[in-house]
Design a protein around this ligand. Structure first.
Ligand SMILES: Nc1ncnc2c1ncn2[C@@H]1O[C@H](COP(=O)(O)OP(=O)(O)OP(=O)(O)O)[C@@H](O)[C@H]1O
Ligand SMILES: Nc1nc2c(ncn2[C@@H]2O[C@H](COP(=O)(O)O)[C@@H](O)[C@H]2O)c(=O)[nH]1
Length: 409
């Protein structure tokens, strides 16, 4: 918009501090300055109007390095490989026209692009648990977390409501100010948010992604508005609605909990009716659970989540699973460097830096060439990045990347 033209000359995958790509009627330029590697800018040249745009950039930004390899993988996104960082830190997508970007463009009434970090392998689908206040969601989730600490992680929401007596900041909720949460929401840091019983509640992207990154299944305790927003997002999840055996019993539980004033109880009960009315809406919840007898309901929840009753989640078992998960991730990062006869040494802390350049692309596969880790006798080390099963994406991570070896030559 009346800005100075950014000089660029690159239309192919190439290493540079400015990478430009034509997608449709637009040219996207990713620029970074020499001295300040922490900031990148994206400029868009619209060929139809002959104008330059500075879009709003959403999402977690890549840890910028001095050199990148960049290529568009579809009309929706551009793949950016940062060099000189561990492989699991190096793969990023700049989303230029994904459903999330389209939606944000409408909301913000301005041009938008969004970063999303590429993650090797898929995480387990998060579980969204909804239901009226006082039905027992928190009680059921607490049992699940106690019995299966290595399997599940809780998505710690943000809320503007005041903490209850035994609630701990950062454990039960991130207690926050309205002005702060509104700012973070406007910066695209939240997967969903809603005004519930007079306060703002929201799930940050980091709350969900950090649990999945740990190899655990993320559990979200959110209201029906939140469930609806997550349903419409790029996050694939299982949606469960917990119902009370009767409205009278719900009221009894809310009162017995003793955490709300009479006025708040009345407000929660009014909202409960509206939530119950939506529980059967087609396409919203996958499962309905009635929480009459707590133990029965808990067993039914476990069945839904395919949990084996006999499997103990002892401390030793947890440690073993963490160890196993860690090494599976390392294996995925490993490459057969010698016709599959051995793995190259991989730093146990997974900090080994890598530098790969994009050398070719088909519809679903990108060929990467190592610049730093040559195979035997200086053979060229190639890696195939399979993009055919991507899931998620901005505002969260892009999961489902597969990396395979290609024989050195
Ligand atoms: N099956 C049950 N039978 C009797 N009491 C129950 C049952 N399940 C939970 N409770 C009790 O009901 C009260 C409300 O439960 P809980 O706090 O887990 O509800 P919640 O759905 O998480 O509410 P909120 O949405 O307000 O956080 C608690 O005192 C809990 O001990
Ligand atoms: N949409 C969201 N709803 C949330 C979130 N975290 C909690 N909740 C829901 O709020 C009510 C009230 O909770 P309380 O702790 O004040 O009793 C309850 O229905 C929760 O499910 C969130 O991040 N987003």
């Amino acid at each position: 918009m009346g800005e100075e033209a950014v000089h660029f000359s690159v239309v192919d995958a190439k290493d540079c501090k400015q990478s430009a790509f034509e997608v449709g009627d637009k040219t996207y330029v990713i620029c970074r300055s020499d001295d300040d590697l922490k900031t990148s800018a994206v400029k868009i040249h619209d060929k139809l109007t002959q104008t330059w745009l500075s879009p709003t950039i959403l999402g977690e930004q890549p840890l910028l390095t001095k050199s990148q390899s960049v290529i568009p993988v579809s009309d929706e996104k551009i793949l950016v490989i940062e060099k000189g960082v561990p492989l699991n830190e190096s793969i990023w997508f700049l989303e230029i026209d994904t459903p999330f970007v389209k939606q944000q463009r409408k909301i913000k009434e301005t041009e938008v692009v969004s970063w999303s970090k590429g993650v090797i392998g898929v995480g387990q689908k998060p579980v969204v648990i909804s239901g009226p206040s006082g039905v027992g969601k928190g009680t059921l989730i607490a049992k699940l977390m106690k019995d299966y600490p290595s399997k599940f992680g809780f998505s710690v929401s943000h809320t503007t409501r005041s903490p209850r007596e035994k609630e701990i900041d950062g454990v039960h909720y991130h207690f926050t100010e309205r002005i702060k949460i509104e700012k973070d929401i406007s910066e695209g840091k939240f997967l969903e948010f809603a005004h519930v019983h007079g306060n703002v509640y929201g799930t940050s992207i980091e709350a969900v992604e950090s649990v999945t990154d740990e190899g655990k299944r993320c559990i979200l305790d959110i209201d029906v508005q939140g469930a609806r927003s997550v349903r419409a997002s790029s996050l694939e999840a299982i949606f469960i609605f917990v119902c009370p055996p009767s409205f009278e019993e719900l009221e009894k539980r809310l009162r017995a909990r003793g955490t709300e004033t009479e006025e708040q109880i009345q407000k929660r009960l009014r909202n409960a009716q509206a939530e119950l009315d939506q529980s059967n809406e087609p396409g919203l919840f996958h499962h309905l659970l009635v929480n009459d007898d707590l133990e029965t309901c808990y067993e039914n929840l476990k069945k839904l989540l395919s949990l084996d009753d006999d499997q103990e989640d002892s401390d030793d078992f947890c440690k073993f699973k963490k160890y196993f998960y860690f090494h599976c991730v390392l294996m995925l990062h490993c490459v057969f460097s010698d016709g599959g006869s051995h793995y190259p040494s991989v730093n146990k802390e997974d900090k080994e830096t890598a530098s790969y350049s994009i050398v070719s692309k088909t519809d679903s596969e990108i060929l990467l060439q190592s610049e730093t880790n040559e195979g035997k006798n200086g053979a060229i080390h190639l890696l195939a990045l399979d993009l055919s099963s991507l899931s998620g994406g901005a505002p969260g991570r892009t999961r489902g990347l597969k990396i395979g070896s290609v024989n050195s030559f």
